[in-house]
Design a protein around this ligand. Structure first.
Ligand code: TNX
Length: 549
């Protein structure tokens, strides 16, 4: 028996060390596909627990972020050393500030060989993107040691604005989930998180000067069950709500900033304001009414949800704008402006008198008047505004960025009027729409936006290119309206893998895109990653394509 002991031990050792020495994935599997990459074929870099992270002063927070990511992914808690310390013979991951080679915004270079993995970037976002690529070149398993491939990657985005939205009014999500969502965005190299904080079904942001916004406006007495078109409508009679404190907001903004993500809050006015008038009826066209926060979806022309143009309302908007501006470092604040029904203004003599006194010829002009006022309040705080494309219904100055949820037509109109445009057309970028035609699929609002429709979407409509107006397209964004998403895993199910497809639309040169290869990489890189994150995703994405429409 004794003579077999050595070979058995050796066998166990070989199996064990194979298990512990993770296999590095291929450079061909990166999502979104980089601008240029080569495997240089030199000696791979050995990463083990002696490897150091060395960062220039600009990237100290990203060094800590990378340290956390590697601890989670590999089980290796690497030490962060300053560039001055002697590192000896161990390998290192260098986060270098560089404005010469990494000359574009958000660009990074990643080079590896011998004992060094070096990432160079001129800004935080660029370094964060380099970190995401690095993660994809490492195995998704706990290791003692791993061979990092020798590569040279030069990479930067196609569009300056790459956004994901989340509606927290229809359903609210815990701060921990918001952080997870930001991690998903960072992994996919998005740089803007559009936080839809207010709507008819709940106001979710603490405002110190108007406390009833959250005491009253953050709570509804009941919520619709099932689909909004179901008859008869049924309600659950459960009080539902919540809000984010200003401290929580600061925490989220900081978490995002470390990950190179700007947080754009949306305060949706002058429509979609039912929660505001439930808290402060004096800002409505019927101040004598006791309004309830909405308990159903889709209020347009069905229930009064507009602000009345009176001095108290404008005072309110100015104060809230200033509090919001102080809370969010973003250069842009989103002020909504969508789906503002005109019937309540038409029916109100005081509103009509206001319009007459201010030479506003119709309700569309009144809507734009609101937008202009709030833009002015925000300008005093050096902020610019973003609004949904309906803000162009009246005459508006050109600094406002238009977020277009319509089609190419509205995008072209906005660009012709010299407005920068963010494309977020319902088809295919509303991720609250179905991604299959399977009648057993989880309930969604309507529509059909399968994976290939998202992947083939071009943010620059052909007509716009012909008119040489393409420079007005800043980028694109997918919207996640949560009427039918009551909990985090439903959000994940609706966004994955469509968000992965959008990341490649926004990042990668169209000439480099290929749907078959993309699906291969979703299998190789993303499905294991979703699983590692513990996140839900839509599994049947191969089967449902636009051809089935
Ligand atoms: C329209 S598009 C809305 C949202 C809804 C969404 C549902 C836009 C700016 N407003 O209030 O949640 O449709 O898809």
């Amino acid at each position: 028996m004794k003579k077999y002991r050595l070979p058995i031990l050796l066998g166990v050792f070989i199996v064990f060390s194979f298990y512990c020495h993770g296999q590095a994935p291929s450079v061909n599997n990166i999502v979104p596909k980089p601008v240029s990459y080569t495997a240089t074929g030199e000696r791979p870099v050995t990463i083990n627990r002696q490897t150091k992270i060395v960062a220039d002063a600009q990237f100290q927070e990203q060094a800590v972020y990378l340290q956390e990511l590697l601890t989670n992914q590999l089980g290796l808690a690497l030490e962060i050393a300053t560039p001055e310390t002697k590192q000896g013979k161990h390998s290192k991951i260098v986060l270098a500030h560089d404005t010469i080679e990494a000359h574009r915004p958000e660009m990074y270079w990643l080079e590896s060989g011998g004992s060094i993995i070096r990432m160079k970037a001129r800004d935080v976002a660029g370094m964060v993107h380099g970190i995401q690529t690095l993660l994809q070149l490492l195995p998704l398993e706990k290791v003692k040691q791993v061979a990092f491939p020798t590569v040279e990657i030069k990479d930067y985005p196609r569009f300056a604005y790459r956004g994901m939205h989340l509606d927290v009014s229809r359903h609210i999500f815990p701060v921990d989930f918001l952080k997870k969502y930001l991690d998903y965005l960072a992994f996919h190299k998005f740089n803007n998180f559009h936080w839809h904080l207010t709507d008819d079904q709940g106001w979710r942001l603490e405002i110190k000067s108007y406390p009833k916004l959250t005491q009253v406006g953050a709570w509804r007495n009941s919520t619709l069950i099932g689909h909004f078109k179901d008859t008869p409508a049924r309600y659950d009679s459960i009080r539902y709500g919540g809000f984010y404190t200003q401290d929580q907001v600061r925490e989220v903004v900081r978490y995002a900033a470390i990950r190179g993500i700007n947080v754009i809050p949306e305060i949706d006015i002058p429509g979609h304001s039912r929660a505001i008038i439930a808290a402060y009826p004096e800002f409505s066209t019927r101040p004598d009414t006791v309004w309830q926060v909405a308990n159903t979806w889709g209020m347009y022309n069905r229930q009064n949800n507009v602000l009345a143009p009176n001095p108290a309302t404008f005072q309110f908007l100015e104060t809230v704008s200033h509090e919001v501006a102080d809370l969010f470092p973003s250069e842009y604040i989103h002020i909504g402006g969508d789906e503002c029904s005109k019937i309540w203004w038409k029916a109100d003599p005081k509103t009509q008198a206001f319009m007459k006194a201010n030479n506003l010829k119709d309700e569309k002009e009144l809507q734009t008047y609101f937008i202009k006022q709030v833009s002015g309040y925000l300008a005093k705080k050096n902020k610019k505004v973003i609004g949904w494309h309906e803000i162009l219904e009246g005459d508006l100055d050109t600094t406002a960025v238009i977020m277009n949820w319509g089609g190419a037509k509205q995008g072209i109109e906005a660009a012709q009027r010299r407005h920068p445009v963010i494309m977020s057309p319902g088809n295919p970028l509303y991720f609250d729409n179905y991604q299959s035609k399977d009648p057993r699929d989880s309930l969604a609002i309507h529509g059909y936006n399968p994976l290939d429709a998202v992947y083939h979407f071009n943010p620059v409509p052909a007509e716009l290119q012909q008119l040489k107006l393409d420079k007005y397209i800043l980028g694109a964004q997918a919207n996640v309206w949560t009427e039918y998403m009551g909990y985090p895993s439903k959000v994940e199910y609706m966004v994955f893998p469509r968000m992965t497809a959008l990341s490649e639309v926004l990042w990668t040169d169209p000439k480099q895109k290929n749907f078959t290869d993309f699906k291969r990489r979703v299998h190789a890189t993303m499905l294991p990653r979703y699983t590692f994150w513990g996140s839900a995703y839509f599994k049947d994405f191969e089967r449902w394509t636009i051809a089935d429409k």
